[in-house]
Design a protein around this ligand. Structure first.
Ligand code: ADP
Ligand code: MG
Length: 466
């Protein structure tokens, strides 16, 4: 388990001192105060909004890199202002401070309790109405809504899974918020698996699990986030199994999130897996282009910035796999915009987002790359591959190279034909069709094509080209 204490924050500072020049360091880093770290969220206190914007637009990458390095996981950073107290936090997107009323006080007996669980509020921005629905997440959204109906007993448990930054936490919070809106008689508890485990350990240390158990087993709805965190933690899993049963048998509801479906959580106890599988398992896929644009548009409005259609597409085409990154992009653009006052243009967006974009920008695979890889694999030279020699030693590899060129690039048959010695484009079409047919009935051909495809992709990936 990794955690950042203020001691570790000191280490982060040390590493920043090495990468940021002295004067900037004392101006922009020294005034930052460590407040808290929990569940992958680091809270820092800064002197002013201007300071925060400047920090984000100039040093965010360095701070994030250093923090992630020490925490060994993805960490999101929240900034709060010196004038606000610890719980009136707002996101790095500058949302309005959260008021006490939004905090979900889950305590049943009103007594103060030292557990960190007290500190987990539902994020007021994570509601159903703020969730942009597209093909990739529609089913998850609908299922979550059904679960958030207090009358319904459907889909118990609901198991949401998907990659990082695709809205799992958002949907769990939305379920919680929706249920809370029906009245305070419903007890809803949202907890990350990390917190569940920490609370469990705390209970063990204090030799008293009754409070812990009472807390988890008396709710109407338990929302438990990122259960992949339980992998390898046997005792926590056992405890969770009993928590699950207690709630389930009492007719209470449970919603779970994870990065993988139950069957792929390898170190999950079998009996827990079968509990998870007894409900509804829904995945969230990365959003398509239209959904990404819709999300950008919605968030831009929240950030109070205006993006032209061209800029929306420019960003949405480059940041594909993670909605948190889309938000991060907007945070940076809006911070930069408010510091410099410059209008937002493609050029400025490119400059501001540089590293964020190139990380995801697909490398174009060229016909030349494919030809080289095929030549290397069959140990022939380029001249023979693209030439007219009809020896079988060359026609086989040529046919495969033509097929791959068509499959792995956006080029048309005539364009590919030009790169193969200017032959007639129908010969490329023929090679393509023939390979397709061979693949469908010949497993070894299929494997060969798969292998070469992977080889070419790996060689084209950003890390290979360093
Ligand atoms: P996960 O838990 O799957 O890693 P989160 O729920 O934390 O992802 O989502 C990351 C960020 O993206 C959050 O700020 C969330 O509000 C936002 N987000 C994710 N999906 C959507 C969506 N469909 N519409 C609007 N915002 C979204
Ligand atoms: Mg999450």
């Amino acid at each position: 388990m990794s955690a950042i204490s203020s001691g570790v924050w000191d280490q982060v500072l040390e590493s920043l001192r090495e990468t940021i020049d002295e004067e900037s360091y004392s101006t922009w880093v020294e005034p930052i105060r460590f407040v808290n770290y929990a569940d992958g969220e680091l809270t820092l206190r800064v002197p002013s909004i201007f300071f925060r914007n400047w920090l984000i637009s100039n040093y965010q990458d360095q701070v994030e890199d250093a923090v992630t390095g020490f925490a060994k996981r993805d960490v999101s950073i929240r900034y709060i202002l010196e004038t606000e107290d610890e719980f009136a936090t707002f996101g790095s997107n500058g949302h309005t401070p959260r008021s006490d009323a939004d905090e979900v006080d889950l305590r049943s007996d009103g007594t103060p309790h030292p557990s960190i669980l007290e500190r987990i509020p539902l994020n007021p921005n994570y509601t159903f109405s703020n969730f942009v629905v597209g093909e990739s997440n529609r089913f998850a959204y609908t299922a979550a809504q059904a679960v958030a109906d207090p009358q319904s007993r459907a889909y118990n448990p609901l198991f949401l899974y998907g990659g990082v930054g695709l809205g799992k936490t958002h949907l769990l919070h939305a379920i919680g918020q929706q249920l809370m809106s029906y009245g305070s008689h419903l007890k809803v508890l949202y907890v990350s698996s990390e917190s569940f485990m920490n609370a469990f350990i705390e209970g063990i240390q204090q030799k008293d699990l009754s409070h812990f158990r009472n807390r988890f087993r008396t709710v109407d709805m338990l929302l438990i986030d990122d259960v992949q965190f339980f992998m390898g933690a046997e005792r926590t899993q056992t405890e969770f199994f009993h928590t699950f049963n207690a709630l389930y048998n009492a007719g209470k509801k449970i919603a779970i999130s994870s990065d993988h479906p139950p069957k792929e959580l390898r170190e999950l106890e079998e009996r827990l897996r079968s509990r998870f599988e007894a409900g509804l398992i829904v995945d969230i896929q990365p959003p398509d282009l239209e959904t990404r644009v819709a999300i950008l548009r919605r968030k831009a409005r929240e950030f109070d910035i205006e993006l032209s259609g061209e800029i929306e597409i420019y960003i949405a085409e480059r940041i594909k796999s993670n909605i948190r990154k889309l938000e991060g992009a907007l945070t940076k653009i809006s911070a930069h915009h408010s510091v410099t006052g410059e209008p937002i243009s493609i050029a400025s967006v490119r400059a501001i987002l540089g590293p964020l974009l190139s990380a995801e920008e697909p490398r174009k695979i060229s016909v030349e790359k494919i030809q080289l890889a095929v030549c290397k694999f069959f140990d022939i030279n380029l001249h023979d591959l693209t030439g007219q020699n009809r020896s079988r030693k060359f026609t086989g590899p040529r046919q495969i190279a033509c097929f791959l060129a068509r499959e792995m690039t956006d080029l048309s048959f005539p364009e590919i034909a030009r790169k193969f010695g200017g032959r007639d484009h129908t010969s490329i079409m023929h090679a393509h069709r023939k390979t397709e047919e061979e693949i469908s009935r010949d497993l070894s051909k299929q494997n060969l094509v798969k292998y070469l495809t992977k080889l070419i992709k790996d060689e084209t990936s950003p890390s290979a080209s360093k």
